[in-house]
Design a protein around this ligand. Sequence first.
Ligand SMILES: *Cc1c(COP(=O)(O)O)cnc(C)c1O
Length: 464
Amino acid sequence: MKYKSTRGGCSDQSFEQVLLTGLAPDGGLYVPAELPQLSEQEIASWKDLNYSDLALKIIAPFIGDEIPEDALREIIESSYAEFDHPEVAPLSILAEGEYMLELYHGPTLAFKDFALQVLGRLLDYVLVKNDQRVVILGATSGDTGSAALEGCRHSERVDIFILHPHQRVSEVQRRQMTTVSGDNVFNLAVEGNFDDCQRIVKAAFADQSFLPEQSQLVAVNSINWARIMMQIVYYFSAALKLGAPQQAVSFSVPTGNFGDIYAGYLAKRMGLPIKQLVVATNSNDILYRFISGNEYSVTELNHTYSPSMDILVSSNFERYLFDLFDGDAEALTSFMEKLGSESLSVSEQKWQQLKTCFVSARVDDETTCETIAQVYADTGKLVDPHTAVGIRAARDCNADKATPMITLSTAHPAKFSEAIKAAGLAAPDLPPHLQDLFEKEEHYTVVPNRLDAVTAFVKSHSHN
Ligand SMILES: *Cc1c(COP(=O)(O)O)cnc(C)c1O
């Protein structure tokens, strides 16, 4: 499989090249040059596969012959063996026609484990084969950091540096990162906010001359194609359980960087019968305003009870816009360059096209807490604030009660006890494997909010 950039300014790349990088050199994101198309019969024949076997079927075409099937199978099976539920992504029922896909059974309790467990092993495989080392550099507002550390720490050929905003992540989230030990694992607490961390990471990727020769930076956030690819699988898994391909289903997805829901959009384009995709946002609502009113403009950042969705501009939305613009990289580039300085819109025809696929609802903090309390009262299930945003948005958007609606439950409630308490409920216990989280020793370094401070640290601590 070949990959191309949404900005059209570089040659096609292999899966391996795309895996070992971040943004494309022209500033775009990589997308597959063509999407596998699946027939109804083929999808139907996957009904009885376990999660790992299904994952292998779905991702193999995206990798082609670059990794032999046996090696890929081993990578997938060992990744999902780390999950604490035999179904890996179990589906639970909230009410008639209303379901929740539990994506929090991985080692760090958020859906990011689905991709990052595999990403770490894919990197290891490719780096051993090439006798190469790389430096992973990422910024996190909480969940990506721990999932990346957990997924990549075993690799002897990576040094991993994760930046988080000092004193601005929850204690559980911080400890999940800082208690991971290993001499290739580094947590940097930047004296700034998440945007500062992200800016530093972006600048470091743009100029990698501080690294030793032969080394390069690899991204672990969802600009990395491998993350999107692994997330396509659970859309198929959930839909098959509810009778697809004969039965159509809809999904509601708590959305931040648009990675998770973009994977659902790809599943639909590959042939899975998905009726609606609900883009569920918190009060950081740029996508809600665009989908419901054709207005794409940046506002101020709000800090909410669902911090993993506190994002101003969703980076993966560019991948969808590339399709909406019929692959016209030039039109997309000029659209993206204007963002930030003006309020943008698309033609009426394109906007209608977008609305045949996506609907959106915005859920504020108060309604999030109300939903947590209501779901608990009705079902006895405790849901995390991101999931609550998804459930509420599904209820607000779903006029069509005949199609099952599946909300992606993106994190375990124990990760976000502040919102649970604000909903008037008792904070849940951490699962058994994290019960000693508060006793373990933490390792992190506080660094000033400056690019040169970070690059100097990376340079002096990487094992090249
Ligand atoms: C990362 C995250 C999201 C947002 O996912 P995107 O792919 O960025 O849209 C939602 N909920 C939780 C719990 C997350 O960790």
